[in-house]
Design a protein around this ligand. Structure first.
Ligand code: BJW
Ligand code: ZN
Length: 248
């Protein structure tokens, strides 16, 4: 028997959705790629020059605050200039269809919220929030894309409110995300390489709790074997196709 076509695979997912009560969409950088936000680990990604651990950790920030701040300023500028893409809008549409629905995102770019999603767990923080590491005061850096370290009035360094390697995830966001992953009927994993933990556990927890797991990615990932269905392609094309079918 020949392999099912993408259309057939989408039909299988749509059938699962039509009998689902609770749906979770877990996302990574790939969902924002079609908006023009570089991913972390794809070719041409932002970390082809630097390894993740060289920039996204507290020691690197203390050792070279200009480098790390410059990198975040550059990314904040990109993120302020881009727009949500059809993948983000399709996720927001799904929320209107299901009473029990949430987004769990590893992204810090705010694009799900800007597309209209309401129930969002942000596992790795949000790049739009920044605070002083000494006095904890929040700093609004809108329009400030300084290539150099930014200092608070108290003299402390200002850092993005994101989760770096070795740091604990925001506990309320993590707990809410785990509960949702463990109680949903259909779980989508979209545009993530699924190599960063504990975020990637969401896929495993959902599967172990009995969810139908759908992966949407341009390529297979380390956790593809947990997926009941892997839909290969751009999330900005596949997610709207699914939404169109469930709303027909
Ligand atoms: C498309 C597409 C299109 C492209 N359509 N698809 C086991 C358990 C627990 C922890 C660990 C563990 N093993 C190791 C750890 C430690 C570590 C870790 O995970 N390391 C691994 C890398 C080995 N984890 C941590 O340190 C975490 N904290 C922690 O564990 O705390 C407890 C602790 C404390 C103290 C001591 C010890 C433990 C924290 C992790 C924080 C990660 N932070 C970052 C940066 C956030 C801020 C920022 O944005 O700068 O989060 S790293 C980076 O990776 C970012 C992302 O959210 C995350 C995931 O990346 P993502 O989204 O998957 O992107 P890519 O680029 O990898 O993939 C893109 C995908 O899209 C690809 O698959 C493409 O194919 C696809 N794609 N275009 C669809 N159009
Ligand atoms: Zn301060």
């Amino acid at each position: 028997m020949s392999n099912p076509s993408l259309d057939d695979q989408i039909e299988t997912v749509v059938e699962k959705l039509l009998s689902a009560k609770s749906v979770v969409v877990f996302t990574g950088a790939g969902v924002s790629a079609e908006s023009g936000v570089p991913t972390f680990r794809d070719k041409g990604g932002m970390w082809t020059k630097f390894k993740p651990e060289e920039l996204a950790n507290f020691d690197a920030f203390m050792k070279n605050p200009d480098l790390v701040t410059g990198w975040y300023s550059h990314r904040r500028k990109i993120m302020s200039e881009v727009k949500p893409n059809p993948g983000h809008y399709a996720v927001a549409e799904l929320e209107k269809v299901f009473d029990d629905f949430c987004v769990i995102t590893q992204n810090v770019d705010n694009l799900h919220r800007r597309a209209g999603s309401k129930k969002i767990f942000e596992l790795h923080g949000n790049i739009e929030r920044n605070y002083c590491i000494t006095c904890k005061k929040n700093h609004d850096l809108t329009g400030n894309y300084s290539p150099q370290a930014i200092k608070c009035e108290c003299g402390g360094l200002v850092r993005p409110d994101v989760v770096w390697f070795g740091e604990i995830l925001p506990q309320d966001q993590y707990a809410g995300a785990v509960a949702a992953a463990e109680s949903c009927d259909v779980f989508f994993s979209v545009g993530t390489s699924a190599v960063v933990y504990p975020a990637a556990y969401m896929i495993i927890y959902a599967k172990q709790a009995g969810a139908f797991v759908v992966e949407v990615n341009v390529d297979y990932t380390d956790l593809s074997h947990y997926a009941n269905q892997t839909l290969l392609g751009n999330s900005g094309e596949i997610l709207p196709r699914i939404v169109r079918k469930i709303k027909r």
